[in-house]
Design a binder for this molecule. Sequence first.
Ligand SMILES: Cc1cc2nc3c(=O)[nH]c(=O)nc-3n(C[C@H](O)[C@H](O)[C@H](O)COP(=O)(O)OP(=O)(O)OC[C@H]3O[C@@H](n4cnc5c(N)ncnc54)[C@H](O)[C@@H]3O)c2cc1C
Length: 283
Amino acid sequence: PYGEIADGLWLPRGGMYALVQALQRLAASLNVRIYTETDIKQVIPDGRRCRWVVLPDSTAQDFDAVILNADAPAARERLLRDVPGAPRLPAMTPAVLTFYIGLRRPPGGLGHHTVFMPQDARTAFRDLMAGCRVPPDLPFYVAVPSLTDPTLAPDGQATLFILVPLPLPAKCPASGADDLVGFGRGYVMRRLKRHGIEIVEPDILFETAWTPRDWESRFCLHQASAFGAAHTLRQIGPWRWPNRDPYIRGLYYVGASTVPGTGLPTVTISGRLTVERMLHDAR
Ligand SMILES: Cc1cc2nc3c(=O)[nH]c(=O)nc-3n(C[C@H](O)[C@H](O)[C@H](O)COP(=O)(O)OP(=O)(O)OC[C@H]3O[C@@H](n4cnc5c(N)ncnc54)[C@H](O)[C@@H]3O)c2cc1C
């Protein structure tokens, strides 16, 4: 909120992916080689020194240092199986169900950002964090980015993004249920209608949804948590998952669950901190 009040709200021209492309161009100009569609299968230390990275074709490459950007607790658990000395597993933020919809025309009654709050916010957010149940009155967020940048949709059409937070499926089986998409969609559409916003089926040209399980498997997220380790008092600053592995030399972490925290500006700072620690160790 400070950034928004002090500097205003900004949208990269071409959408969020334009940021990825800009970073890619910058990296290429510095002769950094990027391998896409290359899921790392395993990281193998040599004693207490980080050493080999196993590629999808099962070949192993030797490195002086490895930075894991996959969600730190999940990466440590899945990519360094049975390697001792992992930091304590953190408590995580909720999961999300997301919808991506292409519309024939912009929906009336929605701005670029709209947040729909529950009547009883205290109970709903407690349910989400404690994970005991899907709150009966869910908050959700709707974005229509093509209202601000019309190039994000074909002429006259619109793109709609909907984010519904849910308790972690590990704590609340309903968040991993087969009918979750139908439930979430029905809930959102009914609530929109209550506010006079009707999205009629003939206007929907494209629609897809990602469940918490999709997010978990696509991005290697610990417990399917969308935003990483929670910013509780015991999980910030020196108590947060560190950028440098305490047990294995040459192994580093960057991103939402590690220092300093979650969110795009914060993970960018995480990148700088991790590089500083690597340079310090290399001296
Ligand atoms: C739906 C949603 C909406 C959000 N909205 C906002 C917002 O409005 N503002 C905000 O500030 N933050 C927002 N966030 C949070 C923000 O997106 C995250 O905190 C941030 O992207 C995390 O960055 P990261 O580098 O830690 O992880 P990621 O951006 O997930 O990057 C990790 C990368 O590692 C790759 N990877 C994982 N496993 C492997 C493997 N085995 N081998 C190779 N590569 C691998 C993944 O594919 C991914 O590309 C949102 C998050 C979600 C899920």
